[in-house]
Design a protein around this ligand. Structure first.
Ligand code: GDP
Length: 482
């Protein structure tokens, strides 16, 4: 450090251009401030308006969060069952549900919705949310208190009578603009935004329905999807979103870096691995392998696809047929390849390939894979800690290869600010040609978007309405911000 300007720029860095609030106890969540030591600086600055809104939101969380008088009042009101027109504090309760990648994406979506609607975000801690993520808001907890009166979250599904969609369908509430049946609104509704949701549930994404929801103090939300792209299609929020995110393809990048800080235990997994295996390499290549075929694998066509993609796109060098020849280069470059997969087969094959053969470029390729958990074990603690650590480690790569349809990969690319080469989903057990494609933007894909024109009340291609919401590379019916 030389002088105050240097040290203040270090301080500024630590807070990621003002994205993170100052004033946390650093020891309680080391990753929040140490992340900057492991990441390249993001070329994307958060907008001043986003920073302003985040600070305002932190004040709201503090004012209305658990253990405040206003929270207690709102809970009393919830118990009474009736809505009042002007509640001082309104809430979104996020239900912990689905795989870890899905959870991260839905939580970011729920947070953006809370920000847009001035609602406090509280999260159901599920089995392990508190073990995986630090508190994101200063001086206030986002964990839903355990004595919260609505807690039958497991029974919330497409059939739940408390869902907004079912209440509309059964005409318990009305969304018609000219008042319709006025009757009083409930104190809470359940928003079923899961991939299996129905047409009435999907009306969530309509302006008139947003107007009704504004009057309901408690919204309890369950989803397994990154539903942000469709929020950009609701006229109510268009202007605000434009101001928050002048660069539309940075929504998850900024919100993810704001919200998701690994707890000290997970940070230990990340930093020990990074320092042991990745730190010294001149280039870090992340390869995320997620296979949705049934059966244990490894599969030859998946291996073909990984190598086909990496060699074709020159992310990894080819091997030389002449076994002893090594191109003598004055500076031997080293690349570290971080692979993640439930299965160890692909990693073993690729590691052996670079051990048994020299590369045509003389580069030294080291291949690593932190774990091979064999199958998804949602709910088991160390399993999800490793999954989170691996997503984070992938996000520290210089270049990234991901698998189609996988939210695990989306999280890594968004946190890292990386546009990966995405490997298309294999059909009929054959590697697709081309094996992969560079994505348009680092945003996650919304896998189950609505295709409905709220004004015209008929179907529409929601991927063709505005230039910044397009269909995804890896799923033709999905939507992503570009
Ligand atoms: P998605 O199913 O690929 O969209 O990703 P999710 O994260 O939502 O769900 C997959 C789950 O399977 C993860 O949360 C992990 O529990 C597990 N999983 C899948 N791939 C890996 C991997 O490469 N490493 C680890 N440790 N776990 C994985």
């Amino acid at each position: 450090e030389n002088g105050s300007s240097a040290s203040s720029s270090i301080r500024k860095d630590k807070l990621l251009g003002g994205l993170l609030a100052a004033g946390f106890d650093e020891e309680s969540c080391l990753s929040r401030y140490q992340a900057v030591l492991y990441r390249k600086e993001s070329p994307h600055l958060p907008s001043p308006y986003l920073l302003e809104r985040l600070r305002k939101h932190e004040v709201l969380q503090r004012k209305c969060g658990p253990n405040t008088e206003l929270y207690n009042k709102a809970v009393e009101q919830l118990k009474s069952g009736q809505s009042i027109e002007t509640a001082e504090c309104n809430y979104v309760v996020w239900i912990s549900y689905s795989g870890l990648g899905n959870r991260v994406l839905t939580l970011a979506s729920a947070f953006l919705y809370a920000l847009l609607t001035n609602r406090v975000l509280l999260i159901d801690r599920g089995a392990d949310m508190a073990d995986l993520f630090c508190e994101p808001f200063p001086e206030s907890s986002w964990l839903l208190p355990l004595d919260f009166p609505v807690n039958q979250f497991n029974s919330f599904d497409i059939k739940a009578p408390q869902s907004y969609g079912n209440m509309l369908e059964k005409k318990v509430i009305s969304n018609s603009v000219d008042g319709g049946s006025t009757g009083s609104l409930p104190a809470y509704v359940y928003l079923h935004l899961d991939h299996d949701y129905g047409d009435f549930d999907k009306l969530f994404f309509c302006e008139d329905d947003q107007r009704v929801l504004q009057k309901i103090p408690w919204l309890v939300l369950k989803s397994d999807n990154y539903f942000v792209p469709s929020l950009f299609l609701i006229p109510t929020y268009e202007e605000e979103l434009h101001q928050l995110f002048p660069e539309k393809d940075t929504v998850f990048h900024h919100l993810g870096r704001y919200l998701f800080h690994p707890t000290n235990t997970v940070w230990g997994l990340i930093t020990r691995y990074y320092q042991s295996y990745l730190a010294k390499a001149e280039e870090k290549v992340g390869i995320q392998v997620r296979v949705f075929d049934t059966g244990p694998g490894p599969f030859q066509h998946v291996l073909d696809q990984i190598l086909g993609c990496s060699l074709k796109e020159k992310l990894l060098p080819d091997i030389s047929a002449a076994h002893e020849s090594v191109v003598s280069s004055p500076t031997v470059r080293s690349k570290a390849v971080l692979m993640t997969s439930l299965n160890s087969g692909y990693y073993e094959k690729i590691r052996n390939m670079y051990w048994e053969n020299p590369t045509v470029t003389g580069e030294i390729i080291s291949v690593y894979q932190p774990s091979h958990e064999e199958y998804q074990q949602t709910g088991k603690q160390m399993h999800n800690m490793k999954a989170w650590a691996e997503m984070y480690l992938l996000s520290l790569s210089d270049v990234l290869v991901t698998s189609a349809w996988s939210t695990f990969g989306y999280v890594a690319q968004g946190l890292g600010g990386l546009k990966p080469w995405i490997m298309f989903k294999p059909e009929n057990e054959t590697a697709p040609d081309p094996p992969c494609h560079r994505v348009m933007s680092m945003e996650p894909c919304f896998h189950a978007p609505p295709f409905y024109d709220c004004k015209a009340k008929r179907g529409v291609d929601t991927g063709a309405l505005v230039p910044h919401v397009k269909h995804c590379e890896d799923m033709s019916w999905g939507l992503k911000l570009v």
